[in-house]
Design a protein around this ligand. Structure first.
Ligand code: FES
Ligand code: FES
Length: 156
């Protein structure tokens, strides 16, 4: 079936059946490989995208559910000057990126959190990122990155 949706601000028209996952459309049809596949079962959050502003696991999302929606992947994030988004910069500045496999999903979950709560507590950050697993950092640096990006975004 034909599916039309917006991805990172551009209209996309694709053909896909209900057996195809949104993750495959993004990575294989659109070449947006920033969205990662980890578990493929909705457990790790590596495949997180924003769907109408909300973080969802694209490995569990049938492609037809994209119809009429606005999708943002990590490739769609930009800072005010067109460079890195403040969340991306804060992850780099705090050393919250090690192997980087979890990072796109972490960054998109952080964006969804800060869009609704610009000054989250540590507990709120932990809850906001509870669907994203990181095997490298121990989470301390990631929490620091979220706090730093929140502070920078409030001061913009
Ligand atoms: S790959 Fe989707 S949640 Fe792990
Ligand atoms: S940086 Fe390696 S899984 Fe998070």
């Amino acid at each position: 079936m034909k599916i039309s949706f917006s991805c990172n601000g551009e209209t996309r028209d694709i053909e896909a059946g209900a057996e195809i996952r949104a993750l495959d459309i993004l990575r294989e049809d659109l070449g947006l490989t920033g969205t990662k596949e980890g578990c493929g079962k909705g457990e790790c959050g590596a495949c997180t995208i924003l769907l109408d502003g909300k973080p969802v696991c694209s490995c569990l999302l049938p492609a037809p559910k994209l119809e009429g929606c606005e999708v943002v992947t990590v490739e769609g994030l930009k800072g005010p000057d067109g460079g890195l988004h403040p969340i991306q910069q804060a992850f780099l500045d705090t050393g919250a990126v090690q192997c980087g496999f979890c990072t796109p999903g972490m960054i998109l979950s952080t964006k969804a959190l800060l869009d609704t709560n610009p000054a989250p507590t540590v507990k709120e950050i932990e809850t906001g990122l509870s669907g994203n697993i990181c095997r490298c950092t121990g989470y301390g640096k990631i929490i620091e990155a979220v706090q730093l990006s929140a502070q920078r975004m409030r001061n913009e």
